[in-house]
Ligand binder design. Structure first.
Ligand code: PEP
Ligand code: MN
Length: 338
């Protein structure tokens, strides 16, 4: 339910409504707008009619149901875009997030080389999986904590912020110790135990769309994280499975403006996994910026031919550098700042 306070509502009156929401067994989410405060009362759908009595409290103007199934990440309660803080940077609004790096952390030399290169080309974030969710149990599974330490070293040397994946609830605190942003991969989008645990930390989360997930499924997965108390969620379109086999996945760019319309969360695009073909990454990145994406995630490897994972779709540092020149032009047109 959305509880709309009157414009004249005082702080004690607002606090009283918040307390009453808690007493009724719901979680209050106050949003203090320029004109007035609105309070979301979120919780068990059953029995929500009890919240209607809030309309009788002093300074409450109206009580209305939130119609969409995603309450906190939708636009009904919070119309303004969520701005996610990442240390001294932010994501969302006019601030663009450029993430680049290898699929997996493979060695000290590999990650330090690529970090220096992508930094020079203008990335602010270094990616690299230390825990890899591979489709085959026999494929490289990642360097685990050693990989996290290498990412940290690369970050200290370059100033790049770290984006890396967490695949089990057990590792959340370990990964959070090293990462600036924790990534939930496509294969884990519906791992609700993991999502709930990520809702209990405050570090930003990149939530990738599952390969067979609808936009609605993605937003509901985000709702799991936000409803546990972590509002710092960045969505990521990374392609879905369709009947098309000419590309690795079908990058659903229509999801970007659609999500902008339905959700207050920022959304970035990963064209590397989205199409799996090097040549397509630059044009798809330009298109992503043109349709309103808040960031890009690009796989870059110093020697793609010997990469442990996703070599075929990884750009060479010099290819990434060329691509970045075009991206800057599109960012300027879109009014986004890198
Ligand atoms: C990745 O980013 O390396 C990755 C595994 O991506 P996805 O979860 O989108 O497949
Ligand atoms: Mn990859």
């Amino acid at each position: 339910m959305i509880i709309v306070m009157s414009q004249e509502a005082t702080k004690p009156q607002i606090d009283h409504v918040i307390e009453t929401i808690k007493e009724l067994g719901y979680t209050p989410h106050p949003i203090h707008g320029e004109q007035r405060t609105v309070i979301g009362a979120i919780g068990d759908e059953r029995g929500k009619f009890r919240l209607e009595s809030l309309a009788n409290l002093v300074a409450v103007e109206s009580v209305m149901p939130i119609l969409s199934p995603y309450k906190l990440v939708g636009r009904e309660l919070q119309g303004e875009p969520t701005i996610v803080p990442v240390g001294d940077l932010t994501v969302g609004g006019n601030e663009f997030m450029l993430i680049a790096g290898p699929c997996s952390v493979e060695s000290r030399e590999q990650i330090l080389t690529v970090a220096a290169a992508v930094k020079k080309s203008g990335a602010q974030y270094l990616r690299g999986g230390a825990f890899k969710p591979r489709s085959s149990p026999y494929a490289f599974q990642g360097m685990e904590e050693e990989g996290l330490k290498l990412l940290k070293e690369a970050s200290e040397l370059t100033g790049l912020k770290i984006v890396t994946e967490v695949i089990t609830p057990t590792d959340v605190l370990l990964v959070a110790k090293y990462a600036d942003v924790l990534q939930v991969g496509a294969r884990n989008m519906s791992n609700f135990a993991l999502l709930k645990d990520l809702g209990k930390i405050s570090k930003p989360i990149i939530l990738k769309r599952g390969m067979a997930a609808t936009v609605n499924d993605l937003l509901m997965a985000a709702e799991y994280i936000v409803s546990e108390g972590n509002p710092n969620v960045i969505l990521c379109e990374r392609g879905i499975r369709t009947f098309e086999t000419a590309t690795r996945n079908t990058l659903d760019l229509s999801a970007v403006p659609l999500i902008k319309d339905r959700s207050n969360l920022p959304i970035i695009v990963d064209p590397s996994h989205g199409c799996g073909i090097k040549k397509l990454i630059a044009p798809l990145s330009n298109a992503a910026v043109a349709c309103g994406a808040d960031g890009l995630m690009i796989e870059v490897h110093p020697q793609p031919e010997v990469a442990f994972s996703d070599g075929a779709q990884s750009l060479l540092p010099k290819e990434f550098d060329v691509m970045m020149k075009d991206i800057r032009k599109y960012l300027k047109l879109a009014g986004k700042h890198l």
